[in-house]
Design a protein around this ligand. Structure first.
Ligand code: WTA
Length: 647
């Protein structure tokens, strides 16, 4: 961690939407009088029926309930598209850059309007209506944005599943929310390689018991796929027969907009539910101020729409603001490691938002890959998904941003809907590795293990004391799980699951998860999910999974596996288990290291002592703490002797 301070550059401060004084004043207003503050700022979007109520939220453990602008009505797609037609019909809404550098497309707001309306009519034709759940399993093509906005237009709830998830994971998510419709593509294209999306949907449907959703297929590659009669339709065929006008449905502020599955400490991924009004106010406001977005600028977030970052900061936030948002189909290293910087020059990108894992992997390719490009258009850089190590921060700042561009290190979560702790380019002096200060309306606090609020410079667990409009409302179909996960650890507070340090300037430094969630290349993974995939293998008796520091990925996946009686611990079997987990969950869950361990450290009541496993995986086992409470302290020596991660 570094305490060097990078002051706000004078030219940025001069033109910034929010400067130091404005930040101080607005932040103060937002916490002194949340109702008044959000009553004013809620008006940044268009309402069909204006709200008269603003904040109605309770963090009381016995009655957790979160409502914002509850008597207002609106339509999210009308806010992201229709309302810009008057001023920006001919402006680029989406710049799409294909996997292959020879392919790109510009979609104006006028065109976006026609596409979204048509897509909405195709969904309606397929039987979808307000409140239905629609699963989207799509590559990064403009149709992904059309489909999201089309759902919003007709009041259907989308649930996007990242294209890297396996048929099993997809089936689980379709089933959990009872989707009646799946939208996919024939194949995806990433780094020149094809992703068999439609085949995965077929396999997922085979696993569903009870119901069979309809499937709409967008043609992307023209690859050879099977279409099932009566179930599957081609999007381009269905689109021929519908009009390009579809009246937006009038939705209540608290009607659901989307479900997004995310990993937690225990059990299956949970369906994080976001609603319409508060979410859009918060996503659009953070997009504008955190990136200091000025009219006409080209903004690029490199996330995938399968993650929350893609929802809030590729689609909803930017489009609600009438911005030009760039959507990239490919990967940072294809055709080579200069791709990001080439795309920035090609489309004159002003604001660039990516993840530390991408930065670290591109650092390795050498500075020349960056410096041979101009990047003169760049003004603001952003980081998200995991703590950014100061070394990567400095490289991003010096080499990519030519020491001119502030870096906004944005801390937030799927659950928070939008950015909560972050610098603002014109208002916040930067410290490499710190997410700095809270956004308007956000009241972070640091607590100890008992939930006592710690003051001043300190370290502990990160909680948020009161609600903000973009907060998730519930776990789909399981409100009790919502309460237990976020409001039971520290009563009366939202618990983030992250640890943090606060320095003498009040700056927050996120130190990483304190629960059994790990962060692999910026992707959230529940260790419990990987464990249950492993034990589903017939040769595995037991498994325990922990994270360990990994140079490129941030954290790697370390699996301790106990085999069934009589099974041979071979390298062959290790490979088989890696393939197995990829098939069960998806490539992002591949274990990096597997250690066959005849026994795991357990308490006498049978609980696995993860603290010990984590230390051994980190290769720092000198101080394992008290092991005398273990049922069989003898297992520890074997675990250390056979550790896989040796310095
Ligand atoms: C981590 C991604 C440090 C954190 C938007 C959080 C970060 C989890 C940062 C949420 C950051 C995200 N600095 N850590 N700037 N941003 N995280 O739900 O551990 O995929 O709890 O949302 O990522 O991951 P999720």
């Amino acid at each position: 961690m570094s305490d060097t301070v990078f002051p706000v550059p004078a030219d940025i401060a001069e033109n910034a939407l929010i400067d130091k004084d404005a930040y101080r004043d607005l932040y103060q207003q937002s916490v002194d009088d949340p109702d008044g503050f959000w009553a004013r700022h809620g008006k940044r979007i268009d309402w069909i029926r204006p709200y008269t109520k603003v904040k109605n939220t309770s963090y009381d453990y016995h009655n957790v309930s979160i409502k914002w602008f509850e008597d207002g009505t609106l339509n999210v797609s009308a806010n992201c598209v229709d309302r810009h037609l008057e001023k920006r019909a001919g402006q680029a809404a989406i710049i799409w850059e294909g996997d292959d550098p020879s392919e790109h497309k510009v979609i104006t707001y006028q065109e976006l309007y026609a596409e979204v309306n048509r897509f909405a009519n195709v969904l309606r034709e397929a039987g979808a209506k307000k409140g239905d759940r629609i699963t989207l399993y799509l590559p990064m093509i403009p149709e992904a944005a059309y489909a999201m906005l089309a759902c919003a237009r007709i009041g259907a709830i989308h649930s996007i599943v990242f294209g890297g998830f396996s048929p099993d994971s997809l089936a689980g998510r379709i089933e959990d929310c009872g989707s009646t419709l799946v939208v996919t593509a024939d194949e995806g294209l990433r780094g020149g390689r094809k992703v068999p999306l439609k085949a995965n949907v077929d396999a997922a449907c085979d696993r569903l018991s009870g119901h069979e959703p309809k499937v709409i297929v967008v043609k992307r590659t023209g690859g050879d796929i099977k279409m099932k009669d009566g179930r599957d339709v081609w999007y381009h065929e269905a689109a021929e027969n519908v009009s390009d006008r579809c009246e937006p449905e009038e939705m209540s502020a608290e009607d659901p907009l989307f479900i997004l599955y995310t990993s937690g400490s225990t059990g299956k991924p949970k369906g994080v539910l976001h609603t319409s009004g508060g979410y859009l106010v918060y996503a659009s406001m953070t997009h504008q101020y955190v990136f200091d977005y000025h009219d006409g600028e080209v903004y690029w977030c490199t996330a995938d729409v399968g993650w929350v970052t893609g929802h809030s900061y590729i689609v909803y936030g930017p489009l609600a603001n009438g911005a030009t948002t760039l959507m990239f189909e490919g990967i940072p290293t294809y055709p080579d490691a200069s791709r990001f910087w080439q795309v920035i020059d090609k489309h004159k990108v002003n604001i660039f938002y990516t993840a530390p894992t991408a930065i670290r992997s591109l650092m390795g390719a050498g500075e020349e890959m960056v410096t041979k490009t101009s990047r003169k258009s760049l003004r603001v850089l952003g980081s998200v998904g995991e703590p950014i190590n100061p070394e990567a921060w400095m490289w991003y700042y010096n080499v990519v941003g030519d020491k001119r561009c502030p870096i906004v290190d944005t801390w937030w979560q799927t659950e928070t809907g939008g950015i909560l702790i972050t610098p603002l380019p014109g208002a916040t002096d930067l410290k490499p590795g710190s997410a700095t200060l809270p956004f308007f309306g956000v009241q972070p606090a640091v607590v100890d293990a008992e939930g006592n609020i710690l003051e001043g410079a300190t370290e502990g667990n990160l909680v948020i004391l009161d609600s903000w409009p973009g907060q998730m409302r519930t776990v789909y179909g399981d409100h009790d799980r919502f309460v237990q996960t976020y409001f039971a650890t520290y009563k009366g507070m939202y618990f983030s699951g992250d640890g943090c340090r606060r320095d003498a300037d009040g700056y927050y430094w996120i130190t990483g998860r304190v629960d059994d969630v790990i962060n692999v290349s910026g992707h959230r993974m529940g260790t419990a999910e990987v464990e249950s995939a492993l034990v589903a293998h017939p040769k595995v008796a037991e498994a325990a999974v922990v994270g360990y520091p990994h140079d490129l990925k941030g954290q790697g996946i370390y699996a301790y596996v106990t085999l069934m009686e009589g099974e041979e611990p071979t390298d062959e079997l290790k490979k088989e288990l890696v393939t197995w987990v990829r098939k069960e969950i998806g490539p992002i869950a591949s274990p990096d290291l597997i250690q066959f361990s005849p026994g795991l450290p357990k308490t006498r009541s049978g609980k696995i002592m993860r603290r010990i496993l984590r230390k051994i995986a980190e290769d720092s086992f000198d101080n394992l703490g008290d092991t005398s409470t273990l049922a069989d302290p003898g297992v520890v020596g074997d675990l250390i002797d056979n550790r896989q991660n040796r310095a």
